[in-house]
Design a protein around this ligand. Structure first.
Ligand code: NAD
Length: 480
């Protein structure tokens, strides 16, 4: 099956005539679908369609925009099982994780459907008589959304729904490894009655479609989620071009295990955060910072959990493959680097051997001990199921180590000590701080974003704050 681009309300082929196949990472011999390999000219056409549709969509009453979003959410809900299977086939994650992600996308559309009628604005007391003084929120204009492969339906949804709710029109470029779910979002909105041009989805390389979206004059705002390396480039390019920009990037997320923690409970939390979604979450736990009093017991428990994960194709196993050959190679490289640096391989470290896993991009959940905070395995984002365990002598040192990275996305502490829990919340340098919980897993109605290299720190995504990026406030002095 060859999917097309969605431009100006029509399903169209790229002017290049080229398509690219997406393979199933659990069995790369299976081609899931083909997508358009679009050029800059295709991207230009999409931006122009979005610009032409902007006034009409902005003038559509908020409750009506909300009705379209609600109908799109309903369309997705009716197809939840098929969408889940597609997500497993393209991205590889386990069925339960994929199903949860599709549900998240449905919930996001329903949440922002309500918000569309309620964008806010404030009434102020005027200094002059015979005057009304108030603010209104207007859409920014054309929003370009560039998204990664690891949450291929939830991330496009959490950008798209607030952008449309606020009256912006959109051009969207999903990651080339798993673009299918974003194309399904276009089908949902098309069926829901979104006017032509209000959403345009163009698949293809970042270097052509992405660059055009960032640089083309008619784009007003750029929302990017992806790696810190590409994100920094995108941020520089987009700000140079005078756009509003938000970049949400990588992580090196710690879980601190304090002396008061139950080692078994802490190991559950770290294993869930570190090995869930095959470690391919921006909020995945990749460092366990563990007090020496509970270190040995914690390591035994964590190794136990790593060795008991059921690995195989996501449709019927607990942990699926990495998304691509490149991602698998990168994880295996980091496993080698860690050993060269002197870390001890305590669990995993290779590719599993079974008939079901022999051809896919599978890797074992991996635990390193004897890790120093300055090793690359403790500093750089691996984006695979690899946890580095760092031993510390006291809580003070644990906080220092937890903060000793360039990233600051999500962090958690496992402790029974009330003071430690509160000090952690106060002192951790991360956009998400959790007590006695895993680093992954976010609610859709609260803000999300990182500190330091994990985010441009300009705007937050999700919840009410997620709308801010897509609106601009106008102050009205109305004298009579
Ligand atoms: P990536 O940076 O390689 O790609 C992200 C998107 O950018 C893709 O659509 C890609 O095609 C596009 N792109 C690539 N080069 C471009 C360019 N020069 N100009 C414009 N666009 C370009 O990231 P990825 O591998 O798809 O995703 C994994 C990364 O995303 C990890 O680092 C992860 O931590 C991060 N992530 C962050 C969050 C968050 O909210 N903070 C959420 C999920 C993933």
């Amino acid at each position: 099956m060859t999917e097309k681009n969605y431009v100006n309300g029509e399903w169209v082929e790229s002017e290049t005539g080229d398509t690219v196949e997406v393979e199933n990472p659990a069995d790369p011999s299976e081609v899931v679908a083909s997508y358009q390999q679009s050029s800059r000219a295709d991207a230009t056409e999409a931006v122009e369609a979005a610009a032409a549709a902007q006034d009409e969509w902005a003038a559509t009453p908020g409750p009506e925009r909300g009705r379209v979003l609600r109908a799109a959410g309903n369309w997705l809900a009716e197809r939840k099982e098929g969408l889940t299977e597609q997500l497993v086939a393209e991205e590889g994650k386990a069925y339960a994780e994929a199903s949860g992600e599709v549900q998240r996308a449905i919930d996001i559309f329903h949440y922002f459907a309500g918000k569309a009628a309620d964008l806010g604005g404030t009434v102020k007391g005027p200094s002059a008589g015979d005057q009304h003084l108030y603010t209104v929120k207007e859409p920014v204009g054309v929003a370009a959304l560039i998204t990664p492969w690891n949450y291929p339906i939830a991330i496009p949804a959490w950008k798209l729904a607030p952008a449309l709710a606020a009256g912006n029109t959109v051009v969207l470029k999903p990651a080339s490894v798993a673009p299918g779910p974003a194309v399904e979002l276009a089908k949902a909105l098309d069926e829901a009655g979104l006017p032509a041009g209000a959403l345009n989805v163009v698949t293809g390389p970042g270097s052509t479609v992405g660059t055009e979206f960032i640089e083309y004059e008619a784009v007003d705002a750029v929302s990017f989620t992806g790696s810190s390396e590409v994100g920094q480039m995108v941020y520089d390019q987009a700000t140079d071009a005078g756009k509003r920009v938000q970049t949400e990037l990588g992580g090196k997320n710690p879980t601190v295990v304090s002396a008061s923690a139950d080692p078994a409970e802490a190991a559950d939390i770290v294993a869930n955060g570190g090995f869930g979604t095959t470690g391919q979450s921006c909020t995945a736990c990749s460092r366990a910072v563990v007090h020496e009093d509970v270190y040995d017991e914690f390591v035994d428990e964590l190794v136990d959990r790593a060795e008991s994960v059921d690995i195989g194709p996501g449709l019927d196993h607990e942990m699926g493959p990495q998304v691509s050959a490149d991602e698998l190679e990168s994880t295996l490289d980091y496993i080698e680097i860690a050993q060269d640096e002197g870390a001890t391989l305590a669990a995993g470290g290779g590719t599993p051997e079974s008939a079901e896993t022999e051809s896919g991009y599978f890797v074992e959940p991996t635990v390193f001990t004897d890790v120093d905070s300055d090793m690359r395995i403790a500093q750089e984002e691996v984006f695979g199921p690899v946890v580095a365990v760092i031993e510390v002598g006291d809580f003070e040192e644990a906080l220092d180590v937890a903060n000793d990275v360039d990233y600051g996305l999500s962090a958690s502490v496992v402790t029974d000590d009330h003071t430690e829990a509160n000090r952690f919340v106060d002192e951790i340098e991360a956009g998400v701080a959790k007590v006695n919980a895993k680093t992954t897993g976010l609610e859709l109605h609260v803000p999300f974003g990182g500190f330091k290299r994990s985010s441009s720190e300009t705007w937050r995504e999700q919840g009410d704050e997620g709308l801010e990026f897509y609106t601009i406030e106008k102050t009205v002095y109305d004298s009579y």
